[in-house]
Design a protein around this ligand. Structure first.
Ligand SMILES: [Zn+2]
Length: 171
């Protein structure tokens, strides 16, 4: 692998370890010319994926681009980088398992939203606000509502009422 700092062709692997629950291998490399260290990540690529943009243009799917948009949504949120990588790997697996080699950006956005929904509510709303390009406040209300528990489950009631706190049934 060529050194990204000086362009030297010969870099050595110093350390390899599995990451993302074994879905990837992370290698620490050192350049034998300038001595700079950098990391490479190796992943299985089942097939080439293409993204179809809203104007119909086709571009190679870039994992890093997807990861970046998710990282931005989760900025300063209590979600570490390893978790972000796992989210992205999960999305890529889903895309690969779908059997399609082309995925519209809209579908990509919906998949990312689905993943963020269970990870971090703030990240989810941020991603949705950017991705869906909201124009009306109602859109935000709908999103925030979708964050509440399903099937009309009550919000936690204030305790100490006359009848005592209501308990929800165990599953
Ligand atoms: Zn170098």
């Amino acid at each position: 692998m060529r050194c990204p700092f000086c362009g030297h062709e010969d870099t050595q692997v110093k350390d390899s370890r599995p990451t993302e629950d074994g879905a990837a291998i992370r290698r620490r490399r050192v350049c034998s010319s300038c001595g700079q260290r950098f990391t490479t990540v190796e992943r299985v690529q089942l097939r080439e994926l293409w993204v179809i943009k809203s104007d119909g243009r086709r571009a190679p799917f870039e994992r890093e681009k997807l990861a970046r948009s998710i990282r931005i949504a989760l900025r300063k949120r209590p979600v570490d980088e390893e978790r972000v990588e796992r989210i992205v790997s999960g999305l890529v697996r889903k895309l690969e398992a779908s059997g399609d080699t082309e995925v519209p950006t809209a579908r990509l956005g919906e998949l990312a939203l689905d993943a963020l929904r269970t990870v971090d509510a703030v990240g989810f709303v941020r991603f949705a606000s950017v991705y869906r390009d909201f124009r009306e406040a109602e859109d935000f209300t709908a999103i925030l509502r979708s964050l509440l528990p399903p099937d009309g489950d009550d919000l936690p009631a204030a305790e100490g009422g006359a009848a005592g706190p209501r308990r929800t049934k165990a599953p």
